[in-house]
Design a protein around this ligand. Sequence first.
Ligand code: 39S
Ligand code: ZN
Length: 760
Amino acid sequence: MTSSFSASSFPASFPESTVLGYPRIGPDRELKRALEAYWEGRSDRAALERTARRLREDTWRRLAELGLGGLPSNTFSYYDHVLDTAVLLGAVPERYRNDDDLTAYFAMARGAEGLPPLRMTKWFDTNYHYIVPEIGPDTVFSLDAAKPLSEVREARALGLETRPVLVGPVTFLLLSQAAPGSPDGFAPLDRLDDVVEVYERLLGALAAEGVGWVQLDEPALVADRTPAELAAVEAAYGRLGGLAERPALLVATYFGSLGEALPVLARTPVEAVALDLVRGTAGDVGLLAGKTVVAGVVPGRDVWRTDRDRALATLHAVRERAGRVVAGTSCSLLHVPYDVERETGLDPALRDRLAFAEQKVAEVVALAALLAEGPGADAPRRPAPQAQPLASGARAAEGRAPYAVRAAAQAERLKLPLLPVTTIGSFPQTGELRRARAALAAGEIGEEAYESLVRAEIEHVIAVQERLGLDVLVHGEPERNDMVQYFAEHLDGFAVTRHGWVQSYGSRCTRPPILHGDVRRPEPITVRWARYAQSLTSRPVKGMLTGPVTIVAWSFVRDDLPLRDVVFQVADAVREEVRDLEEAGIGVVQVDEPALRELLPLRRDGQAAYLEWAVAAYRWATSGAADHTQIHTHLCYSDADQILAAIDALDADVTSVESARSRGRVLAEVGGFGRGLGPGVYDIHSPRVPGADEVERLLEEALRAVPADRLWVNPDCGLKTRSHEQVEAALANVTEAAARLRERLHRGEAGRRGETRPDS
Ligand SMILES: Nc1nc2c(c(=O)[nH]1)N[C@@H](CNc1ccc(C(=O)N[C@@H](CCC(=O)N[C@@H](CCC(=O)N[C@@H](CCC(=O)O)C(=O)O)C(=O)O)C(=O)O)cc1)CN2
Ligand SMILES: [Zn+2]
């Protein structure tokens, strides 16, 4: 049974071990299945709630069984914890309000009939996505504490005391966007006083419930913050700490060092601060003397077993300087899979080096026990036989010819019309394909049966694109389970898991591959599928590869080499694949880098150096291509503004970007690139089919920023999450819009900047 404490002994002492959060999708993605059944009308609210409750209970029981002291609660979510916080604060925009709270909740997350969802974006530098709350000057806040309170009660019914976890007020507002119609200069943080007032009432309600500790997550404090923002932190926690009736407060920071925010938190009356001692350092931790420090020494974002000696030494060092220390994870365990013991297919030598969420909990518990034994305790060393690193580092790409020269060679070879229409790569992943892949893995069907299904799908996708009149075709990626996992399965140096699901957004998950050794490409990966697709049509088929930064960003990566060297190893493999596609007669190759922005360091001082090597790796991967081979790249989910110069420096012949939901800004920014550009005209995240008129208007708008001879027509992103029906209807409208506009351009009726053909 877990150690618990009584709220009446305030300030309660903190348990000796804890984790900042836990996965919630379920060991077998039970929540995903329950959500999708509910959304599709195959089940009801009661069934969804039953699954959710069972997942929460299983988690608390398991954590208690493993001997964990401080159990978190309110880490469950039906979709996203930032959205949950907006609901808690009553910040539900008017247009989503509904008598049924769950209907309003999912409308914000996923949209509803005629109602687009709220924006979704990356949670710091992770592959988790949160829903961006909308806060305006007139947003009326009100407390809805039902969720954290009921989770506390549920755990109590099992005999377990928990610590509710909430996004803290400063991070919540910094992650929010100004509601439409807010006056210029308004920032959501302007509403801090009002939001803190709701948190005050929340803390009161939790205290009344007998809750001893509350965790407020403030990861925004590990990024560069202005003096005004730091002052806001001090004011907010000064107020919350000054309350007479409240639980003890743990402010959790993670994903980096606190830096100048540490002395600020130190001055506030909060009882405990959690520090990420994996990605960050302890800094001026001595300033926290008198508070409890939750020392995040067990990595929450990788899958490697913790080096016990090092972790214990860190715990001792922090204890010496700060006093009371608790063993913890560096961040929530949301970012790792549940249990490595289930991965019976992994090489045992590798598996022995791995720790997933359950194993990490056990590590935290063990470290807490060793810490309690005192400084002399003898800790077992972690067995960490690492592969010999390759002598590797940056390779300098001897660039391709200047764009004008390449563009002329490509125009000559590809003979594309004005406003060429293409897609981003994937076509709908049918249930039939997914089931066949599962059957293949289970040995129920053979390779040949599976591959003939893939070929049939390629035939279908090529036929659809020819019929609709697209100009640069794709094979549709039917052979890929995921754009990163698929490549990992075909490269040496990676392992993949069977059950290692990690939530990416809502019900969508990935199984991040484990990059544990030197990366090599034993043989061509995509060439035979590209060649097969090209054999079916006289139009150009675009080869489709995932870029080196994205492959690494969406994997769990060895930590014994600089990230940059690992990325360059992957870039070597991609470079070989580009060459082989070219040799197979493929004239257009797309190398996707949707995660380019994601790995950008949170603090400015590391950003320039990162962008320099990330761009260099991309150019190394693509610069082996001949001038007459057209290189495309694709980015999405990127707040492009911060990395525009880097995107330009990729030097791709054609760049497609997501823009359906933030159009004007993107266009103004990327219009000046001077090479091919495809601002998305079809928002593939919504089931909605855009009309031809609508697409035509979007293209007209694009023509104001991009000359006609450089404008491409394409969706925002891949089509894998849509249905064939939606995709065919949408693409028919897209090609029709492009044809109409092309006709008008030829008659000289549209486009103001279509005068500069590079080959004339
Ligand atoms: N790695 C990665 N990160 C990314 C993206 C991405 O595409 N890949 N896109 C952005 C958005 N994130 C996304 C993340 C996941 C998915 C997604 O669609 N995931 C699928 C799973 C994809 C997959 O691995 N599919 C496998 C396994 C499919 C499966 O569930 N199989 C069943 C059996 C078959 C069945 O009955 O349907 C099972 O295992 O139980 C396959 O196709 O082979 C899902 O959650 O549903 C989409 C976007 C950013 N980050
Ligand atoms: Zn994309």
